[in-house]
Design a protein around this ligand. Structure first.
Ligand code: GLU
Length: 420
């Protein structure tokens, strides 16, 4: 298992971050090893009938990074680049994220190697149902609670809920989060991650003494996280200067209206060609001058070559793992960028997933206003915790956030002791 995970550059990156923090915290060797490796990796081959009549065998994985603090929690990703190492890294980050946010969960992540952009609804439904029936013995409200991630959405969650509930013989809403509100999903869950990113970016603006009405933002990735981050920032008066997705990058000096861009995406499949915008090279978009830069797509887009060229004041990591450890060192040295690290910045999603799970267990539901204000309270608390830790321990925001998460997990492992 260790070799398989370590063959992936994304997993190597998560381990490198972990080791750096473990050194910083002076974790002893035994607890370090126990904390580092995931509890379980489950891999599946899933034959699915395509619309053309042929059968394709897809591969999927679920990594459960510790059940010591509660059920594992985390998304399910559909993407062509998915491999077990990436899923393992994402599960590890979920673990530190849940601990930092004081949620009673471990970290989990799932992924299926496929290209949802090229699949029909019918094919996606058959693949999801097949995956759900394969994974059903390994999940449950007290074991593993999945949620959406890149390439999946509330419909995907509804299919999984349907398969699981059909097997059990009754509806089990608490087995999954990010499901439609009509199926006992939480109000505010769809926008939670992006809303959280924007909320924390606005906190960071006030820390550096900038005014949202005079600030601008650049967003890489215009999926669920990028769109809602843009929409919420726009509502605060921040100008959205540039956005990008798989089809290209666009720019407007006057500012883009996120809802209008979203309409264009729905009609044409991407942001490219949006009326009144200029095209930009997606690589160059990341190094445009801006107050807030939000990477909101995949891992490792900020690396040693572009980190010295960044011209943002705030780097708000909507994606998981967008900055490599080498780039981190460069950003720390530069000392002119206010970093909101991923496990804090994008924690709005999993926090509202936690609220959803709690509402399901209580057979109760909260209003959107209640959900978002509870979310902001939690994010503000975690933000303050990270900033205080960084100040007193004289370290970067990344090291502070990871230290708080990792220490929590390591302490629980120590307290529970070794079985048998
Ligand atoms: N996929 C999201 C994340 O990376 C949300 C996970 C969840 O809601 O469980 O944080």
């Amino acid at each position: 298992m260790k070799q398989q995970l370590l063959s992936s550059p994304v997993f190597q990156m998560a381990v490198e971050q972990f080791e750096r923090v473990a050194d910083f915290l002076e974790l002893d060797e035994e607890i370090r090893e126990r904390t580092k490796w995931p509890k379980r990796i489950i891999s599946f081959s899933m034959p699915v009938r395509l619309d053309n009549g042929k059968i394709e065998v897809f591969t999927g994985h679920r990594v459960q990074h510790h059940l010591s603090r509660g059920p594992v929690k985390g998304g399910l990703r559909f993407h062509p680049h998915v491999d077990v190492g990436e899923v393992g890294a994402l599960a590890m980050w979920m673990n530190w994220k849940c601990a930092l946010m004081e949620l009673p969960f471990g970290g989990g992540k799932g992924g299926i190697t496929c290209n949802p952009r090229e699949m029909s609804q019918g094919e996606l439904e058959r693949l999801t149902r097949r995956f759900a029936s394969e994974i059903a013995p390994f999940i449950g409200p007290e074991i593993d609670v999945m949620a959406p991630d890149i390439g999946t959405n509330e419909q995907t969650m509804a299919w999984i809920l349907d398969v699981y509930s059909t097997q059990k013989g009754h509806l089990v809403p608490s087995v999954i989060t990010g499901k439609p509100v009509a199926l006992q999903g939480s109000k505010g869950r769809t926008e939670a991650t992006g809303h959280g990113v924007a909320f924390l970016a606005s906190r960071a603006l006030s820390k550096i003494g900038a005014n949202p009405q005079e600030a601008n933002a650049v967003i890489q990735g215009f999926g669920n996280v990028g769109f809602y981050a843009a929409k919420t920032l726009h509502s605060y008066g921040v100008r959205i200067s540039g956005v990008s997705d798989i089809t290209g990058a666009i720019w407007s000096d006057e500012g883009l209206d996120p809802d209008e861009v979203q309409k264009h995406v729905k009609n044409t499949g991407g942001v490219k060609g949006f009326k009144g915008s200029q095209p930009v090279d997606p690589e160059l978009l990341l190094i445009q001058e801006c107050d807030i830069l939000i990477p909101a797509a995949l891992e490792r887009v900020i690396h040693k070559d572009n980190a010295p060229l960044l011209k943002c004041k705030i780097l708000a990591e909507g994606a998981n793992g967008p900055t490599t450890p080498e780039a981190d060192l460069i950003i720390e040295k530069r000392n002119d960028i206010f970093l909101i690290p991923d496990i804090l910045c994008n924690a709005g999603g999993v926090t509202v997933s936690y609220f959803e799970w709690v509402q399901n267990l209580q057979r109760f539901s909260w209003s959107r206003h209640e959900v978002l204000s509870k979310l902001e309270t939690r994010l503000q608390k975690a933000f303050d915790k990270v900033l205080n830790f960084a100040k007193y321990r004289k370290c970067s925001h990344r090291i502070a956030a990871l230290s708080l998460g990792i220490k929590e997990v390591a302490d629980v492992k120590q307290q529970r002791g070794l079985f048998p």
